[in-house]
Design a protein around this ligand. Sequence first.
Ligand SMILES: C[S@@+](CC[C@H](N)C(=O)[O-])C[C@H]1O[C@@H](n2cnc3c(N)ncnc32)[C@H](O)[C@@H]1O
Length: 234
Amino acid sequence: MLHVILLECAIELVPRELTSLKEIQAHARRRRKKPGQLMLDQTHHGRAMIRLDGKEKRGRPDITFLSLLSILETPLCKAGLLTVHLHLVDGRVIEISPDVRLPRNYDRFVGLFEQLLMNGRIPPEGEPLARMIDTSLPDLISNLAAGSGESLLLLAIENGTKTSAKSLRSILPQDSTMPVILGVGAFPHGDMSNSVKELFSTHLKLDKEVMMAWHVCAEVLWTYSSRVGVTGRL
Ligand SMILES: C[S@@+](CC[C@H](N)C(=O)[O-])C[C@H]1O[C@@H](n2cnc3c(N)ncnc32)[C@H](O)[C@@H]1O
């Protein structure tokens, strides 16, 4: 199984300290929502965000959107060999159903995830497509790794061990029953927190350049899919 965790995702509702600002209120009126019900987004709230602590890591829900699009509805997902979780900066964890068909349109994604952040689940009734779960990141990782004897805890990170495409393939197991947990940062700038980094035993640098989170997700997912024989047999 490949378990992808998007780490420190830059998704959150507009925080209380910004809700009274004119530009936020104007945006809320255009969206027919209350300011605190809007997804924080640098595209719309960049000027207001100057006041926020850790602003360089916040307000980029498009990173989570594109990363999810790159891994859901893939052959691996359809084979039942993928799980996906989002870890938020405040420590909360969201479980994404592998059956979810994400909107292709970014604005619709934002609307849906605003509901998720407000109500803790989407849709409000019935089988959840995404929901907040009551667990911490360390507990999530230990639960995903539990069961079989061995597991791999991989963190994709700019200053990790240089790993070519060929080495990545050889690190990944052919046996799909071994849990492989992949952490990828879903924030735009700044460093990953040490408390998150130290949860992963193997740190991989996959290119000499900084990569987009969704490219990292796609590279590892397709390499893993071919390694376990889900793709590549034409
Ligand atoms: C745009 S980067 C975020 C940049 C941020 N400075 C950092 O240290 O994570 C998004 C994520 O893609 C992954 N990433 C970026 N470049 C990488 C590389 N060269 N090798 C492996 N993973 C990389 C990391 O997980 C990173 O958190």
